[in-house]
Design a protein. Structure first.
Ligand code: BG6
Length: 490
């Protein structure tokens, strides 16, 4: 069994402490970690935001949030008592000095404690928040700053933010969140690739025909429509989550799991991505936007109706990514993600090459190439398809059957939320699961080129009916290469 290693005394200040992320993810995740006794008694959690309230009102707000976002069994009374005693609140308007001074007086005392600032605010405040933290003498030898995504909306704005934060914090103190890196099954990719002697010799262009990475969601843009409309699926999902998954599948074996060893390998993959230009963009990408349709039999409105305005923002994107290096040359990675698709599922499909010569008669049926499916969520697990002979005395019939590994069925444990792990890694001072500045920069460089190419090639969005797998261009993208999306029945 994995052990829970306690972290040393800390003050965690959540700027944006009354916001949606704090209530939905951060505070429930911290409570969960407290349930496993990972915090010292004197560790403190401070909510900070413009909302006028005192400590007692904050405790009440957190109590409600935990009741809303955690199951009843998770809410242990004894732990809640301990957790509530850690909670503090500070009224804080980032540009105004008053709140910072008070924060300094209340929590600036000991330099021996870990002090983490979690910036769950809009990115345009990251620079000013860093300046205020610094000018109020709140940076000690154990201070870290966590930046929620999105870090910028293109390479230039990301650079501005990173420069502004970098004026006050060393890169080793900056933790850029990509919550996919905290997911259990994403972590399992390292075990799959580097703890099994079976796969690594096959993990290259000679044996793998192509890779598909799908992150589908059945939800629409909900109450984030205004933010989403300025972003779109490419910026919101591909720039970070899908490219990180691509890196973990495609990177060379790192020297160790030490943070920079892994990040040095990931950055090489990002730099090897072939640029998509106005000449290639129509063949290499598909852009879609959902129209009214139905999910699980329930009617849902189209994106434009939800937004209440005309828009060319994509809610679906598919991209053929080519990695120009020795290992992956001519082995495309097809990425797709979208809102209002039939269901929520994230999976990676490694499609192995066909056998080079068949000894079986045509009557034996079609020989399917092996396929490894890594299911990140839901029903976490892996499946490897193998060709077998159908039993029976008749003629020789081939049939592809799955070797199925279900983590849910194998391990009788709860899958922790990604933020539980990520928060603990910040408190421990281990940046391995966070994005280094050069990764963000290179990812944006590739994404910016796609966005510019869409504009130059005047490539608008193609409509798809909510509850289907995206626009027809997405099918054509693979069909053109004589391939098809693997449709999982998760
Ligand atoms: C976020 C995106 O980063 O990831 C959201 O901004 C998306 O639009 C979410 O819904 C998906 O995360 P998960 O963990 O539910 O797959």
């Amino acid at each position: 069994m994995a052990e829970f290693v306690p972290v040393s005394a800390f003050d965690l200040i959540i700027v944006g402490g009354t916001g949606d992320l704090a209530q939905r993810k951060l505070l429930p995740s911290l409570f969960r970690r407290d349930c496993d006794n990972q915090f010292t008694d004197d560790s403190r959690i401070v909510g900070a935001s413009r909302t006028q309230m005192d400590d007692a009102a904050f405790v009440q707000m957190v109590c409600k949030a935990l009741e809303t976002y955690l199951s009843e069994e998770a809410l242990d009374d004894a732990v809640w008592k301990r957790f509530a005693a850690r909670l503090h609140y500070q009224v804080l308007d980032v540009p105004e000095s008053a709140g910072w001074q008070s924060l300094q007086q209340r929590f600036g005392g000991s330099d021996a404690r870990t002090r983490v600032f979690y910036l769950a605010t809009i990115p345009s405040l990251f620079g000013e928040t860093s300046r205020q933290i610094s000018s109020h003498g709140l940076i000690n030898g154990h201070t870290r700053i966590v930046l929620e995504k999105p870090v910028g909306r293109d390479r230039e704005t990301a650079r501005e933010i990173n420069d502004a934060v970098g004026e006050h914090f060393d890169e080793s103190q900056i933790y850029r969140i990509d919550h996919y890196l905290g997911k259990e099954t994403v972590q399992n990719l390292s075990a799959l690739r580097f703890a099994n002697s079976l796969l690594e010799p096959l993990w290259n262009r000679t044996h793998i025909d192509h890779v598909q990475i799908t992150v589908s969601e059945h939800i629409g843009t909900g109450n984030r429509t205004q933010y989403y409309n300025r972003s779109g699926a490419l910026r919101d999902m591909v720039q970070n989550h899908l490219l990180q998954l691509l890196c973990l599948v495609a990177m060379e074996p790192p020297l160790s799991l030490y943070h920079d060893d892994v990040r040095n390998e990931k950055i090489k993959v990002l730099k090897a991505l072939r640029p998509i230009t106005p000449e290639t963009v129509k063949r290499a990408t598909a852009r879609g936007q959902y129209a009214a349709g139905a999910i699980n039999g329930e009617a849902v409105p189209g994106y434009i109706d939800e937004l209440g305005d005309a828009s060319d923002t994509e809610t679906f994107v598919a991209v053929r990514a080519d990695i120009d290096n020795w290992r992956w040359s001519d082995t495309p990675f097809y990425l797709r993600t979208g809102k209002r698709l039939p269901h929520k599922a994230s999976e990676i499909v490694i499609q192995f090459s066909k056998i080079s010569h068949s000894i079986f008669p045509e009557s034996a049926g079609e020989l399917e190439a092996n396929r490894l499916i890594i299911r990140l969520q839901p029903n976490e697990g892996m499946m490897l398809t193998m060709a077998t002979k159908e039993p029976g005395p008749g003629n020789f019939q081939l049939r592809s059957l799955p070797l199925n590994l279900s983590f849910n069925e194998t391990y009788d444990v709860r899958y922790p939320d990604a933020y539980e792990r990520l928060l603990m890694e910040v408190l421990r001072g281990n940046p391995a699961l966070f994005m280094r500045r050069d990764e963000v920069d290179s990812a944006w460089a590739w994404i910016d080129q796609i966005i510019e190419s869409w504009r130059d090639a005047k490539m608008g969005v193609q409509s798809y009916v909510a509850g289907t797998w995206g626009p027809s261009d997405s099918v054509v993208l693979l069909d053109r290469d004589d391939r098809a999306w693997f449709q999982s029945d998760l």
